[in-house]
Design a protein around this ligand. Structure first.
Ligand SMILES: C[S@@+](CC[C@H](N)C(=O)[O-])C[C@H]1O[C@@H](n2cnc3c(N)ncnc32)[C@H](O)[C@@H]1O
Length: 360
């Protein structure tokens, strides 16, 4: 009897493992199918100014291709998979017809009144140059001196984007699509911008973040948007914002406070320390470096948050810097101390990114 139970347990764990392997091996179908529906413009076809009326795959196809063509059955296969990831809701009629509306994640793929959505982030992640790098993930173990992206494309990701106007445009849209809603949440829950007159945004990209901070905090009279020269060269003009090109690893403009969002992750520990030391030099006594970066949990678990953060860590390792990384709160605190900041505080603003305040 005991032997039988043992055999059954082995069989059960083998079939569980087999199912898990099938799920993992087929996981790539998810981002690829999502990229496909975005390229096909399915979310907009269903959304139709917020009507979001459930449609069958052939009705969606008629909206996408009024003159006919396309394979509705194959579209339905893609839609069904994405129902499992809250992109679409499935409405099954009593006669077995399946219709689809946008679920909460799918709605985030439709452009808002500012033309922003999360769709560009998905398209950016799955463009050809990045896809060429993915088979080389293990390269970071064998040879951490060269990024998989560089090996696959002959140059680093940032210089690759800079040389291609369409890719750079997609990069700006991808960053703004994530950054603007996140920044709204930060401004709702974090009040650390009071009393600041001159604020420097290190790695501020287009300057959109500074514009949002200055709209909410009129005490910030001067915003200095500091980024790599090629990046600020194409930044739009924003009242009160001065665009300054430079390299934070060399020096940072002076200000009452410094903001630095989504930048530290792409640097090695030594580079973070260097940039933070430059921030320290640029601040008055009592001044704050207000960083905002992904924060890894100490304990590894199966939560969506942990999976998203650890997945993002491998993305950084593969695409940007083999030794750039997502860090824990403790690792940020240690970096701050080593750069000279005696005070540290973490403020929870979002499950993925936290505010990390370093005070001089
Ligand atoms: C992931 S983006 C974040 C942009 C923006 N802060 C946001 O949250 O949307 C990182 C930014 O850091 C900038 N950057 C990278 N290396 C830099 C450096 N050495 N000095 C200044 N900016 C840098 C990049 O050009 C890019 O705009």
């Amino acid at each position: 009897m005991e032997k039988m139970n043992g055999v059954n347990n082995v069989k059960e764990s083998q079939s569980k493992a087999r199912l898990a392997i099938f799920e993992i091996a087929h996981m790539i179908s998810v981002p690829m199918s999502l990229t496909a529906v975005i390229k096909l413009k399915v979310p907009d076809a269903i959304w139709q100014n917020g009507l979001n009326i459930p449609l069958s795959a052939s009705q969606i196809l008629t909206r996408l291709r009024p003159h006919g063509g396309g394979d509705a059955e194959n579209l339905q296969r893609i839609l069904r998979l994405l129902v499992c990831y809250d992109i679409f809701n499935e409405h099954l009629s009593s006669c077995g017809e399946r219709k689809y509306s946008l679920a909460y994640v799918g709605k985030s793929l439709v452009a808002d009144e500012e033309g922003l959505s999360y769709a560009a982030y998905i398209l950016h992640h799955h463009q050809d140059a990045l896809m060429r790098a993915w088979p080389l993930v293990g390269n970071a173990v064998e040879d951490p001196t060269i990024e998989a992206f560089k090996k696959a494309n002959g140059e680093g990701a940032i210089s690759y984007y800079m040389k291609r106007p369409e890719t750079l445009d997609l990069t700006h849209k991808a960053l703004a699509g994530i950054s603007v809603p996140l920044m709204r949440d930060i401004l709702d829950s974090y009040d650390g911008f009071h009393g600041i007159e001159t604020l420097v945004d290190v790695g501020g990209s287009s300057g959109v973040t500074l514009r949002m901070i200055m709209q909410k905090y009129p005490n910030v009279r001067t915003g200095i948007n500091f980024d790599l020269p090629d990046m600020v060269a194409c930044a739009p003009s924003i009242p009160g914002v001065i665009h300054v090109g430079g390299d934070a690893l060399e020096s940072v403009p002076h200000g009452d406070a410094i903001f630095m969002k989504w930048v530290l992750l792409a640097w090695t520990d030594d580079e973070c320390r260097k940039a933070m030391q430059n921030c320290y030099k640029a601040l008055p006594v009592g001044g704050k470096l207000i960083a905002c970066d992904p924060v890894l949990p100490e304990h590894t678990n199966e939560s969506q948050r942990t999976k998203a953060l650890l997945g993002g860590d491998i993305f950084i390792m593969t695409m940007y810097r083999t030794k750039g990384k997502h860090r824990t709160e403790e690792q940020f605190k240690e970096l701050g101390i080593s750069a000279g900041f005696p005070h540290f505080r973490a403020v929870y603003v979002d499950p993925y990114m936290h505010i990390l305040e370093f005070q001089k």
